[in-house]
Design a protein around this ligand. Structure first.
Ligand code: 48F
Length: 268
């Protein structure tokens, strides 16, 4: 007998009731948070980890069922990611990611392992990850110079894919991070909803690995009060070069945006 007989007293209905009660307990905490991170790729997960380590209440929203974003496919589905020496290796090592030797100063990692380990760090630090949730709009106040992002509007991904018009629900946040990679979903929403800003999202530029790695990190940060950008959506916003299957800049960008938010919210 692999489970004790006393479990037989619970009916299917009892299990469903437990499921619903515990879900409500869990998701009611998601309605007002310190930071919402849109996208569970390397930049978003790293940001979640460092924000949660600093005791912020963090929610990662991911439209797909799985975490890890684009890097899971390595390059051309060849399951390798490269990580360069410096801050990126320091972050990878503290997540416990195994690094294999490559070139002098360029390490090799398994992208699935890297993403699982960073997600585990984020969860253990107290962040929550909610898969299957699509961020379809922003909550804001003011316009133009007075604009402030105060949260997001969310829906289930299958509702978006079915193109049903079902109203979304609010999530309030002191900071929202666009970590949606090449999609740049949140910054594109900002441009569409707020033409008065005269902002453009030109999309990324062509490949140039080291320039791309440096500039993505340099330009990571606040776009308008309450809205921040990290990872490849930085390249989409500022027309920076792309870098391909090198993971380092994503980790460093995620940590940088977390530290900026911690400072901006006075939580350091
Ligand atoms: O694409 P993604 O991995 O972004 P990233 O963290 O890292 C980029 C690298 O993976 C790689 C690269 C550099 O090495 O070029 O591609 O910048 O993760 C973005 C995540 O955001 C989700 C999407 O499903 C993916 O998992 N996402 C995008 N739009 C939405 C979203 C949305 N509107 N709502 C929720 N999730």
């Amino acid at each position: 007998m692999y489970f004790p007989d006393n479990l037989l007293k619970y009916s299917e209905g009892d299990l469903a009731k437990l499921f619903i009660e515990k879900t409500m307990e869990k998701i009611r905490k998601f309605t007002k948070v310190d930071a919402v991170i849109v996208g569970a790729g390397p930049a978003g997960l790293t940001a979640a980890w460092f924000l949660a380590l600093n005791k912020l209440n963090v929610l990662v929203l991911e439209k797909n069922l799985g975490i890890g974003g684009g890097i899971r496919g390595g390059a051309m589905l060849l399951p390798i990611a490269l990580i360069e020496e410096g801050e990126a290796v320091e972050i990878a090592r503290s997540a416990g990611i195994r690094l294999y030797s490559g070139l002098n100063g360029v390490y090799v990692a398994d992208p699935t392992e890297a993403m699982i380990k960073i997600a585990t760090k984020a969860l253990e630090a107290g962040a929550s990850i909610w898969p299957g949730v699509y961020v379809e709009d922003l909550v804001t106040s003011g316009r133009g110079d007075e604009l402030r992002v105060r949260g997001v509007l969310v829906n289930w991904t299958p509702i978006i894919e079915a193109e049903w018009h079902v109203d979304p629900l609010f999530i309030e946040a002191k900071a929202v991070i666009d970590a949606t990679g090449h999609e740049g979903s949140v910054i594109r929403l900002l441009v569409k909803r707020h033409p008065e800003l005269k902002l453009k999202v030109p999309g990324m530029s062509s490949g140039n690995v080291w320039v791309a790695e440096r500039e993505v990190v340099e330009k990571t940060g606040m776009v308008v009060p309450g809205l921040y950008v990290a990872g490849m959506s930085v390249a989409e916003l500022y027309n920076l070069n792309r870098m391909g299957p090198i993971l380092g800049g994503m980790l460093v960008s995620g940590r940088k945006v977390a530290m900026q938010i911690i400072d901006d919210l006075g939580k350091r």
